[in-house]
Ligand binder design. Structure first.
Ligand code: NAP
Length: 306
């Protein structure tokens, strides 16, 4: 089979290799991958790849063989899945507990946009607690996670202000229920009960300055690649509030169950993945560059076999 494999070379981090097709172990499914999506975090891992690691955490496709102890699964099942790695390939093995069945009404293209970004959004909101009627500030909102977060939070009754670099990167967020879209944190008015921050650098301090007293700021990323700066002597905003670091991997609900919830929401018309770019999978290196250049809105999907 063919699979994208890290080279470790800066500027040219991927090459198409021909590793052996995986054999599904106990509790695993072998999926013929039809589509996958790329996440910002994975592009960071590509810079310093671990030996033997191949990228790819978000896949949709068809089960072509099943390992032992997978009684509920059949060859031919269409699935969306979240393997630990190796999904940017023609075939990938995935634990059955990290997969969910797909109905005919959801295409591989749409399903592939769900796993990492989709899992992150409800998990962030579960940590945040009840948000109906609360003011929420979301930085880095134009990406994959941001679109899911805005739609889910707005549906729960939150008043979401989204920060995007340009108005066109915020257009869909308004359609999905954002109360407001601004170009930078400093353009917002008043204070927020909840801040969801994933840009880092100076943005976190600016966002903290907008946090209401005893509010909650959840820090879940550093897209700017710049460490945060907080200045004791130049402090503005809440004297008292909570800053919480978040990892989507720490979840009481397993991936397969959360994926099934996302599938149900999409099927019911309650969640609308924003797929800003679809490309043939052989364009993966260019797609990674586009993501890093911030030219993709929402999710970036690659279709295999195109
Ligand atoms: N903690 C966790 O478990 C977890 C899970 C998933 C994702 N994450 C992190 O959450 C963030 C969002 O994930 P995502 O998949 O939605 O990423 P994404 O699709 O790349 O979106 C990130 C957004 O950040 C904005 N941004 C602002 N300043 C930036 C800068 N200096 N460089 C790059 N982007 C910048 C960009 O929007 P504009 O161009 O409109 O400003 C971009 O659309 C990422 O940092 C990711 O690593 C964390």
């Amino acid at each position: 089979m063919r699979a994208w494999t890290p080279t470790g070379r800066p500027g040219d981090p991927l090459e198409l290799a021909t590793p052996q097709r995986p054999t599904p172990g106990p509790g695993e499914l072998l999926v013929e991958v039809r589509a996958y999506s790329i996440n910002r975090g994975e592009t960071m891992l590509l810079e310093r790849p671990r030996p033997g690691w191949r990228p790819g955490k978000d896949i949709a496709g068809t089960v072509v063989s099943v390992g032992p102890d997978t009684a509920d699964w059949r060859v031919g099942d269409r699935v969306v899945a979240h393997p630990e790695s190796g999904g940017w390939a023609e075939f990938a093995a995935v634990p059955a507990g990290r997969a969910a069945l797909l109905p005919d009404s959801i295409s591989d293209r749409v399903a592939a946009a769900l796993p990492l970004a989709g899992l992150t959004a409800p998990r962030l909101l579960r940590v945040a607690g009840p948000i109906a009627g609360k003011r929420v500030l979301l930085t880095g909102a134009s990406g994959g996670v941001g679109h899911y977060l805005v739609e889910l939070a707005a549906t729960q009754g939150a008043l979401v202000t989204a920060v995007t670099s340009t108005p066109d990167r915020g257009e869909r967020l308004l359609e999905l229920g954002a109360a407001d879209v601004v170009g930078k944190v400093g353009d917002t008015d008043g204070h927020f009960d909840l801040v969801l921050e994933s840009v880092g650098g100076e943005t976190l301090a600016e966002a903290w300055a907008r946090l209401a007293t005893r509010g909650l700021l959840i820090w879940f990323g550093q897209a700017s690649r710049t460490p945060i700066t907080l200045d004791f002597f130049n402090w503005s905003g809440a004297e008292s509030g909570t800053l919480r670091k978040f990892s989507y991997a720490e979840s009481d609900i397993p991936d397969g169950a959360d994926l099934a919830t996302l599938v149900r929401l999409v099927q019911g018309g309650h969640l609308h993945p924003e797929i800003g770019s679809v490309r043939p999978w052989l364009d993966t290196p260019e797609a990674v560059r586009a993501l890093l250049e911030r030219s993709v809105r929402g999710n970036l999907v690659l279709e295999v076999g195109q």
